[in-house]
Write a protein that binds this ligand. Structure first.
Ligand SMILES: NC(=O)c1ccc[n+]([C@@H]2O[C@H](COP(=O)([O-])OP(=O)(O)OC[C@H]3O[C@@H](n4cnc5c(N)ncnc54)[C@H](OP(=O)(O)O)[C@@H]3O)[C@@H](O)[C@H]2O)c1
Length: 253
């Protein structure tokens, strides 16, 4: 895709990967509106000259309001990124994990669907545009400490595939960003996490390819994405299961 002349709504762009890509799209020449709940950051972004819109992807009214505001200011909007996400460890021996599971599905899966539903009629009417969904390497290679997070991201992958097929021939393309561990609020405690600027640079290079790749796969995520094909899946899941020893009440090692 041409990253120099887009009008982008970066939903979930107030921190981490979304904020990094918002700045990079803008630096490349595109117009960017950032969405999120953090009004302090939204105000800072407005002061920097970016667009900013409050949105809570778990709330259908909030999504509709944000859509109306963005399209009023930018009737030429052509790119929507569904970056909003949340996650965390869950102990499946303790049913108290359910509250977090519910939040994760609400934000990562249903939030993605709400935002796409809100903008699809506009993009269909334009007959052109790009939807960028955000899954995770964990959606392809489980990290057993984060079961619902992985399940939500595997669901985003499956949804993206179906969305692309349903939008074929409409002029709307669907690209799925598949991040590995990246040093942000979500990925920050992982010592192997990629630096945010290095990740952002690699992502923009991949997004700028023509045609836009169906999956935006940086080098560091290839081991997750292709583990099953490469025959490394079982060994890697066993290795990643060692993190379960960090849960309270589990034997170490
Ligand atoms: N970092 C990693 O290691 C990694 C790996 C794979 C995939 N990912 C995915 O990449 C995406 C970005 O995550 P990140 O790592 O950059 O983490 P982050 O810094 O925590 O960013 C998450 C973003 O989601 C937004 N958000 C959360 N709940 C929301 C809600 N209810 N409504 C609207 N926005 C909401 C947050 O904005 P507000 O707080 O302002 O609402 C924030 O901008 C997520 O989808 C994540 O799952 C990250």
């Amino acid at each position: 895709m041409d990253i120099t002349s887009r009008t982008v709504f970066m939903v979930g762009g107030t921190s981490g990967i979304g904020l990094e890509l918002a700045h990079r799209f803008r630096a490349a020449g595109s117009t960017v509106v950032v969405g999120g709940r953090n009004t302090e950051v939204l105000a800072q972004l407005t002061a920097e000259g970016l667009g900013a819109v409050e949105i809570d992807v778990t709330d259908a009214d909030s999504v509709a309001r944000a859509r109306d505001n963005v399209l009023k200011a930018h009737p030429d909007l052509d790119t929507v990124v569904t970056m909003s996400g949340t996650g965390g460890p869950e102990d499946l021996w303790d049913t108290a994990h359910f509250a977090l599971a519910q939040t994760i599905v609400e934000v990562n899966l249903l939030g993605t669907i709400r935002v796409i539903d809100a903008f699809t009629p506009h993009l269909l009417a334009r007959g052109a545009g790009t939807i960028v969904t955000v899954s995770s390497g964990i959606g392809f290679l489980p990290f057993p400490l984060m079961p619902t997070y992985g399940a939500s991201k595997a669901a985003v992958h499956a949804y993206s595939e179906a969305l692309r097929a349903q939008l074929a021939g409409t002029g709307i393309e669907v690209a799925e960003l598949v991040p590995p561990a990246v040093a942000t609020r979500i990925g920050g405690s992982n010592p192997h996490a990629l630096a945010l600027d290095a990740y952002g640079e690699e992502v923009m290079e991949l997004l700028a390819q023509d045609p836009t790749p169906h999956e935006i796969l940086v080098q560091a995520v290839l081991m997750h994405r292709w583990a099953e094909r490469d025959g490394t899946y079982d060994a890697l899941v066993a290795q990643r299961s060692q993190a379960l020893a960090t849960l309270p009440g589990r034997t170490q090692g």
